[in-house]
Design a protein around this ligand. Structure first.
Ligand code: DGT
Ligand code: CA
Ligand code: CA
Ligand code: ZN
Length: 575
């Protein structure tokens, strides 16, 4: 069992205990343990195997250690099974409603008997929720607004999560001798930010052997259907994987078809028809005599239709067919193009590593420059920096740069909060002394559209601000974006030469793909940043790259592919 699964189970245990009114101290211990286990570099399972005493780890006491051991040895928790007899599992869905803490959810369950999202919706609509103490009409409306996001969270998982599952499944399938070719298709291959299910395609002459091997994948908890060429299973009782076994002469056609998107395929089929051809998951056929003329490889299929092999990330029927028409397909940005990372935190605020450690890790990851951008003082929870501490940190960065013996450079930055009233959290004369000033919004996120827009546009008009971080504030499956007029943001960014971020954190991926495409058409440079809070956070860059490709960005559209010199001239253009 991997650390993410252990952490998730401990969190669920704490949540379930909350519904039964268990003591707060125990709950905190489980939740703390879960958080620490998520951050751990070593797999808990192998620590246990090598006889390590888990209580030596930060935030792990006796009770958490015992639960970890039980989970790794038996795959489940006895206590959890017992709790699930008292409290239905669906009550956990209530916790996916934004701003719904475990206390509120427990009150809904215990006082109104609400066990799932449908019942929650009905109770809100009947005005019962507002009658509970600590709720009120406003909370009731907020819950009602949030039910859709909670329902979605049940259906789709983050791309990063799907990627972890796909990687593990691929490893498992690699040892199946009956498989000739294998590829994941669907939204996962297209790099969509959330994935509904995984679609795995293989070629083989022995479908039964492939399915037997697939069925032995350890995370499968049930088989939905097994037929001659298709098998569907559920992992952990929630996530679905579809396996399709196809003959080699159809592999390309199946890959093209099942990669989608549906909208992209509608246009592809139209193309075929206009040429007197028919295309489906088995191949491309001549309509006149019904003979197959392509299907073995994806490039054959597209070539027969007079089309290029589109990067999967662009197959959404947005601009790709126009680009193909004009022979102007963008060459999408790649991970190896990235030269710097311009948003990260250190131990000075809520990060886990020092400036030096972040710099060393960035060097090791092949970067040429970084910006240290800790929080400003408004973010008190993260011990945000005031003027004095910030200026002291910048001095320290000067000293580290001075004694460095290569050309790696640390830029002096800050992630300065845009306050509720629109002011910047730090004075202009301080911001003027930095190299790289990020503005972002963490408070007052539910203000009305005009107010939020004014705050962000106001920050863009500040001559010292070089970039807006996570411009819409959304958290996938957790929180809707702020209500902001993005067209106004793009206009102001364009006029002033302000850069916009694509935050690579798999939970954010903010800007989204459509916004990136819009920013690109305005000529606004995008910066792909990890917002790393520890050295391992740099690994998130790959999620940002995927999203940038979804937004059809080229190397030239991305500011942190530039040399430091080019980047500095971009910063100098800020008005
Ligand atoms: P997901 O799983 O909801 O994240 O999104 P997809 O795109 O992976 O959708 P999925 O798994 O239902 O189907 C995979 C691909 O197969 C889809 O992108 C296009 C193709 N496909 C599936 N069903 C249909 C259909 O009824 N019509 C057409 N034209 N294509 C389909
Ligand atoms: Ca799918
Ligand atoms: Ca599917
Ligand atoms: Zn940040």
């Amino acid at each position: 069992m991997d650390n993410a699964k252990i952490a998730k189970t401990l969190d669920q245990l704490a949540d379930l205990l909350e519904f039964t009114g268990a003591n707060a101290f125990r709950l905190r211990a489980y939740r703390n343990g879960a958080r620490n286990i998520r951050d751990l570099a070593d797999p808990i399972a192998s620590l246990i195997e090598s006889g390590e005493n888990l209580t030596k780890l930060d935030g792990i006491g006796n009770s958490v250690a015992a639960k970890c051991k039980e989970l790794c040895e038996t795959g489940k928790l006895q206590q959890m099974e017992e709790l699930l007899e008292q409290v239905p599992r669906t009550v956990l869905d209530l916790l996916n409603v934004p701003k719904m803490g475990p206390k509120k959810a427990a009150a809904l369950f215990n006082e109104l008997g609400i066990e799932n999202l449908e019942q929650l919706q009905a109770a809100c609509e009947a005005g019962q929720v507002r009658e509970l103490s600590g709720f009120g009409a406003k909370t009731e409306q907020a819950i009602l607004d949030g039910i859709a996001i909670a329902a979605d969270a049940n259906k789709r998982i983050l791309w990063a999560h799907a990627d972890a599952i796909a990687t593990k499944l691929r490893q498992h399938m690699d040892s199946c001798d009956a498989i000739a070719q294998m590829e994941f298709a669907g939204s996962y291959r297209r790099g969509k930010e959330t994935v509904g299910d995984l679609d795995l395609l293989v070629t083989s002459t022995d479908s039964a052997a492939v399915m037997d091997h697939f069925a032995a994948f350890a995370d499968i908890t049930s088989t939905i259907v097994r037929g001659g060429t298709k098998m569907s299973v559920r992992l952990d009782e929630e996530f679905q994987v579809d396996l399709r076994v196809v003959p080699a002469e159809s592999f390309g056609a199946a890959l093209q078809y099942f990669t989608g998107s549906k909208e992209h395929n509608v246009v592809v089929r139209g193309r075929a028809k206009a040429k007197g051809l028919k295309v489906n998951e088995w191949g491309v056929y001549d309509l006149e005599n019904d003979t197959q003329i392509a299907g073995k490889s994806e490039s054959d299929v597209y070539a027969t239709l007079g089309l290029p092999v589109f990067d999967p990330e662009t197959r959404e029927s947005r601009r790709e067919f126009d680009w193909a028409e004009n022979d102007d397909l963008p060459k999408l940005v790649q991970h190896k193009d990235i030269r710097g990372d311009l948003h990260m935190h250190t131990t000075e605020t809520d990060g886990k590593n020092t400036i030096q450690e972040m710099a060393d890790a960035a060097r090791a990851a092949g970067l040429k420059y970084i910006a240290i951008t800790d929080h400003s003082k408004r973010v008190a929870m993260a011990n945000g920096l005031d003027e004095d501490r910030l200026l002291a940190q910048w001095k320290q960065i000067d000293a580290i740069n001075a004694k460095s013996d290569d050309d790696f450079v640390i830029l002096k930055g800050i992630e300065c909060d845009i306050l509720e009233n629109g002011d910047m959290d730090l004075p202009d004369e301080v911001l003027a002394q930095g190299d790289w000033i990020i503005a972002s919004l963490h408070y007052g996120q539910s203000q009305p559209r005009q107010q939020i827009t004014d705050r962000i546009v106001g920050a863009i008009r500040n001559p010292h601000v070089t970039m807006i971080a996570h411009p819409t504030g959304r958290l996938l499956n957790k929180r809707e974006p702020y209500d902001v007029d993005m067209e106004a943001v793009f206009q102001a960014a364009k006029e002033t030469g302000t850069l916009l971020e694509l935050n690579a954190n798999p939970l954010r991926l903010d800007l989204n793909d459509r916004h990136l495409l819009a920013a690109k058409s305005h000529g606004i440079p995008i910066v792909i940043n990890t917002d790393a809070h520890k050295t391992r956070g740099f690994a998130d860059m790959k999620f940002g790259i995927k999203q940038a490709r979804r937004g059809c960005l080229t190397k030239n559209d991305v500011a942190n592919t530039k040399t430091l010199k080019q980047l500095k001239s971009l910063i100098a253009k800020k008005k």
